[in-house]
Design a protein around this ligand. Structure first.
Ligand code: NDP
Ligand code: HSE
Length: 432
């Protein structure tokens, strides 16, 4: 059987999983690749760091040149996070004649055009299945299996860390800080978990999906986003009372030829498939004009699920499938976008609102008046009695009918100026 030499850059959570699959399950991988994949070299940053995997002596080094200058290594898994030195390493690998597999969505979302153009110029490929939703094969499904469709919408849970944190808080009463620490310990979180909890990681993944599914050319920084870091725990309780669960939802949806894009904590109907996605699981609900709705779910973060996607990409690259997909898709090419992003103010939806108000007459009437002026119709209202120690401040929850983000923004601005308001207004999108 033919041997193909591969290498890994980065031996952290994901790199260790990839090395484990290549070293410990070589026979299975050889069967699927039709050749033996020999892990030739692993480059890391800090040679002194203890490792969770024992590799043959001499395999590990802190010298990337040992990979770039070895003409027998054809495929490299780049499993370093962040932008630099990941970008420079990717360019050095491509320049060194390597096909690259990566899980780094931050890198692709920021430098996709440069990296993909360079790969094309050099006749190389970049495969990135693991960059979106960990172990779920969503890139292959959208770019290949669903290619007969016009994709109409994507509603997705794309950040495993946030979903894990929300589940820990809701199901086990864990504090937010403890849940973040646990997600870091389990290897779900980014090196800087701010990217997970502020919605950035999900926006980067959404930008990649929007690119593939809709031909959009969006900068992830332009995607309106909010994370779970600003959530008030009271809203998890109130949402449940109303029959919903809060999820960090990433949405890309066609509306009259424009693309609505946003990431935000959203009330999702209890019992619906997205509401039941727990822990580090991700899920992606895709609607195509021919296929209808398809729903993907699986672990979106963690060592082995992510390694599963990386190794599948290595196999695809070695057998030549990635090169074909890469050429055909013209990813991040300079071609004009097929669709442009809709101004966020025009994005429609229902809302959950919570106001902290003084317990006094005419509060509801005044709020309803402001909403009415913006043509926002109320679907339901809940007000709790003042609790002991609340100093006469009560929570007032309102569910609205369909409106736009712009109208809602104007209404909230006016409501926040009313004299009986005792705290900032909370607004979240609702998905029924
Ligand atoms: P880790 O922080 O666990 O590992 C990063 C690795 O990169 C470390 O081994 C580090 O070396 C190595 N590294 C850093 N700088 C260099 C350098 N200059 N040369 C060589 N190696 C270097 O990250 P993860 O494994 O968690 O994530 C890797 C990528 O995968 C990220 O882009 C992340 O977003 C993505 N990803 C992660 C998932 C997860 O569940 N963790 C899921 C899906 C994607 P050293 O060990 O010596 O410090
Ligand atoms: N930090 C990411 C997450 C890893 O929690 O989803 C997977 O991309």
């Amino acid at each position: 059987m033919q041997n193909t030499k591969v290498a890994i850059v980065g031996l952290g959570t994901v790199g260790t999983g990839v090395a484990r699959l290549l070293v410990e399950h070589g026979d299975r991988i050889a069967r699927h690749a039709g050749r033996k994949l020999v892990l030739e070299h692993v480059a890391v940053n800090d040679l002194k760091k203890p490792r969770d995997i024992k590799l043959p002596s001499g395999m590990l080094s802190a010298d990337i040149k040992r990979i770039t200058s070895d003409p027998e290594i054809s495929v490299v898994a780049l499993l370093v996070g962040g932008l630099e030195p990941a970008r420079s390493i990717m360019l050095a690998l491509l320049d060194g004649g390597k096909d690259v597999v990566t899980a780094n969505k931050a890198l692709l979302a920021a430098h996709g055009p440069e990296l993909f153009d360079r790969a094309r110029e050099l006749g190389r490929s970049i495969a990135f299945e693991a960059s979106v939703a960990g172990g779920i094969p969503i890139i292959a499904n959208i770019s290949q299996c669903l290619s007969a469709n016009e994709i109409q919408s994507i509603h997705a849970i794309l950040n495993g860390t946030s979903n894990y944190i929300l589940t820990q808080i809701e199901a086990h009463g864990t504090s937010y800080a403890d849940a973040v620490r646990a997600a870091q310990g389990l290897g779900y979180a980014e090196a800087d978990p701010t990217m997970d909890v502020d919605g950035s990681d999900a926006a980067q993944k959404l930008a990649i999906l929007a690119h593939l599914a809709f031909g959009a050319r969006v900068d992830w920084n332009d995607i309106p986003r909010q994370g779970i870091d600003t959530l008030d725990l009271a809203d998890l309780r109130y949402a449940k009372e109303l029959g919903y669960r809060i999820k960090l939802l990433a949405v890309a949806q066609l509306a009259d030829g424009e693309l609505e894009l946003h990431v935000s904590p959203t009330l999702v109907k209890l019992g619906s498939p997205l509401a039941e996605v727990r822990g580090a699981y991700n899920a992606i609900s895709v609607v195509g004009d021919a296929v209808g709705r398809v729903f993907f779910s699986g672990l979106g973060a963690g060592q082995m699920p992510t390694a599963s996607a990386v190794v599948a990409d290595i196999i695809d690259t070695v057998v030549g499938r990635s090169a074909i997909t890469f050429r055909t898709l013209e990813l991040w090419s300079k071609h004009i976008a097929r669709v442009t992003a809709r101004d966020y103010g025009r994005v429609a939806g229902r809302y959950y609102l919570r106001f902290s108000v003084a317990d006094q007459p005419s509060v509801l009437a005044e709020i309803a008046g402001v909403l009415g002026k913006q043509n926002i119709s109320i679907a339901s209202v809940i007000q709790h009695e003042a609790e002991e120690g609340s100093q006469g401040v009560v929570p007032l929850m309102i569910m609205t009918h369909n409106t736009t983000e712009g109208a809602m923004g104007r209404a909230i601005e006016a409501i926040d100026r009313l004299a009986f308001m005792r705290g900032p207004s909370i607004r979240m999108r609702v998905r029924d």
